[in-house]
Design a protein around this ligand. Sequence first.
Ligand code: AMP
Ligand code: GLY
Length: 423
Amino acid sequence: MKVLIVGSGGREHALAWKLGQSNSVKELIIAPGNGGTAQEGENVPVQAGDIPGLVALAKERQVDMVVVGPEEPLVLGLANSLANEGVPCFGPDAYAANLEGSKAFSKTLMAEAGVPTAPFAVFDQFEQAAGFVEQQGAPLVVKADGLAAGKGVVVAQTVDEALKALESIMLDRTFGSAGESVVIEAALQGEEASFLAFSDGRRIALLPSSQDHKAIFENDEGPNTGGMGAYSPAPVLPAADYERTSKLTIAPVIRQMDKSGHPYKGILYAGLMYTQQGPQVLEYNVRFGDPECQPLLMRLDADLAEVMLACIEGRLDTVEVKNRPETSICVVMAAKGYPGAYPKGMEIHGVADAEKLDGVKVFHAGTALQDGKVYSTGGRILGVTALGADLAAARDKAYEAVERIHFENNFYRKDIGAKGLGR
Ligand code: AMP
Ligand code: GLY
């Protein structure tokens, strides 16, 4: 098989690494890729949002499967365009991608399918939204309807904060057309977990639970980022609860999408909040999480290319999706200043040294390879990932690996996995 991976982050390096281990994968192309994927396959400079460019690349190189990392191309209809050309694509069509692309669509579908989620209302007029906020009182959560790179959600502790968020989203259009409407919902309290599953449109193969660390600083303080680290399993969602949790949060959505004539083929990611009433769905993503993908693929004990092809071909029952019993953890090394402004172009040392540790793999995110040297190009730079007998062992190994890596202005959270260890 010749496989084209779309994207350029740590998730895509992990996908390239795992797909490269498949017996059936003979060639890997990554568009546009990063300094890590360049060592697993061939990077081609076509951007993830360039749908015609990606379709042309897939045709020209006669790829057998396209694996889409990020949400943007899916929401823009890459799967539809590839289907028109007869190219198999791992990832849902544009309609099903609305599960992530429109929070109003997603919440409405959850309500229809009986998925536990915070009570909500949708508005496309500022005056009405503001009136609702004043009538409800704080705390409240304000969400831009469309894609906003993870920045369109404000958990407002006061009415004033909620009104400011509405102004910024609906009037100032800080996130462009993503702010044409908003979802306003009740604020929930609890611990978050990520729960992902493969689907072939009808059948489901669950992956183990995982947990992201969204805030930039220790103890979940400071602004949200794309994710500063993740580990799997997350003790808040133990294996004994997977089936029951899927019946509440994954299976109803797969059924509902099938009924609507858009069977969901790909990875469905449920962002859960464990409240006193049990799990509530905060959001769906239509792809692997980044960085959750890195620890999940380290644990996956299956031929990823075969599993993905089985999803596309509607025969998930013909493959086995096993997972290693160990714990894995990914610590993100970022540039100081991220998620605000940060320096770029730092040369990175010590990756090979870190990977000498047994069970350690360093996934690149914002890097580029130039004349055999690796330089930073983004805010999240590396995802140092380790497998260990338990969470404490995996964490110690990951941080030992982190200490072997050196570049200027580096920053990482020192408490990845702490919540899990606390349980
Ligand atoms: P979302 O993109 O919808 O997952 O929201 C991003 C983050 O905002 C989540 O990971 C939560 O930390 C927080 N969040 C979203 N919805 C709620 C809610 N209803 N109550 C409390 N926190 C929330
Ligand atoms: N790590 C959260 C996400 O990928 O959306």
